[in-house]
Design a binder for this molecule. Structure first.
Ligand code: NAD
Length: 331
């Protein structure tokens, strides 16, 4: 299949090319540009388009792709909130994704954020390099015995449960469908308000849907314990960033760890170090000593990239050979 790969970074090309040489025979053409209405014509004549989290696959873009002969969208990620599935279906375009690649990568990064914030590793790193060996301001807490609230206990959430149980934490979960693996690990499913009220750390692992958009808003923050740590490695818009900033300013939120951000599409995955930051909300987040932000890198391990590349190309091979794919997503 002729595949137009959008939002290509050097590591995408490296891992996709290697997987293609090992077990597939697609014709891959790499574009650095992000997919949007302006760049969609680049895909003219390509049977498939391969996209990532911040590519825009809305109805206008899908119309252009369909006119150019594209019949498949291969997401090289798990989330598909950036795709208008109804429009794709209407246009006869199959959408496939990578439902699982390495839940460990994201779960481990989630815990890295928790540990960094709690033990102030981000601040200690700079202090030591500056010859400042004072400990004032770096006081942490034992994770052992603390309560962690996990919202969304699918593949990633359950790995977070496993790790936090290993630390000796009590784990409370909330999900539309309880996962018996989490229960077997000793976690308890509780209503959302109880999770908010009892958790020292709240971590988000549900998808972004109309129901979870701004799930963490001023009301939810108000129900949380004073000094709570909130971690979001799922999708930015699950958190109302302005409400979170108010929570941080008042001290109600004691720590915030983000790998995703509501408006990350304008920032993440690019080197903008020579450009004046225009996003005042993001700029405010950067001023807090108790906020750690990474740029959507939770998935970014060698193992995950190998797995993503193989599944993405395998999805296209399956569609090409019999029109079927177990990783198809529908609206
Ligand atoms: P999954 O589908 O295995 O699990 C998601 C869980 O959330 C499911 O159990 C589902 O029932 C639950 N859920 C859905 N709606 C809910 C709601 N309203 N309230 C509570 N729970 C709800 O997905 P996963 O592989 O565990 O991934 C979770 C999310 O992580 C993805 O949707 C994606 O947005 C994000 N993600 C981020 C990165 C990253 O690099 N930061 C990488 C991969 C995935």
């Amino acid at each position: 299949m002729k595949v137009a790969v959008f939002s290509t970074k050097p590591y995408d090309e490296q891992f996709l090319q290697r997987a293609n040489e090992e077990s597939h025979q697609h014709e891959l053409v790499f574009f650095e540009a992000r997919l949007n209405e302006a760049t969609a014509p680049l895909a003219k004549g390509f049977g498939a388009v391969c996209v990532f989290v911040n590519d825009q696959v809305n109805s206008a873009v899908l119309n252009v792709l369909a006119e150019g002969g594209t019949r498949a969208i291969a997401l090289r990620c798990a989330g598909f909130n950036n795709v208008d599935l109804k429009a794709a279906e209407r246009l006869g375009i199959d959408v496939v994704r990578v439902p699982a690649y390495s839940p460990y990568a994201v779960a481990e990064h989630t815990v890295a954020l928790m540990l960094t914030l709690n033990r102030q590793i981000h601040r200690a790193y700079h202090r030591i390099r500056d010859g400042n060996f004072a400990l004032d301001g770096l006081l942490g807490f034992d994770l052992h015995g603390r309560t962690v609230g996990v919202i969304g206990t699918g593949q990633i959430g359950v790995e977070v449960v496993r790790i936090m149980r290993g630390f000796g934490c009590r784990v409370l979960c909330h999900d539309l469908k309880p996962n018996s693996d989490a229960e077997q690990l000793g976690a308890d499913y509780v209503p959302l308000d109880q999770l908010f009220g009892q958790s020292d750390i709240v971590t988000l692992h549900c998808p972004l849907t109309p129901e979870t958009h701004h799930l963490i808003d001023a009301d939810a923050i108000g129900k949380m314990k004073k000094g709570v740590m909130v971690i979001n490695t799922s999708r930015g818009a699950i958190v109302d960033t302005s409400a979170m900033i108010e929570g941080l300013k008042s001290g109600h939120v004691g720590y915030l760890g983000l790998d995703v951000y509501e408006e990350e599409g304008d920032l993440f995955f690019e080197d903008l170090s020579n450009i004046v930051l225009q996003d005042d909300v993001f700029a405010r987040l950067l001023t807090f000593p108790n906020v750690v932000i990474t740029g959507h890198q939770a998935f970014f391990t060698r193992h995950a990239l190998e797995s993503i590349a193989h599944t993405t190309l395998g999805n296209l091979t399956a569609l090409e050979s019999n029109g079927q794919c177990e990783n198809r997503v529908t609206g």
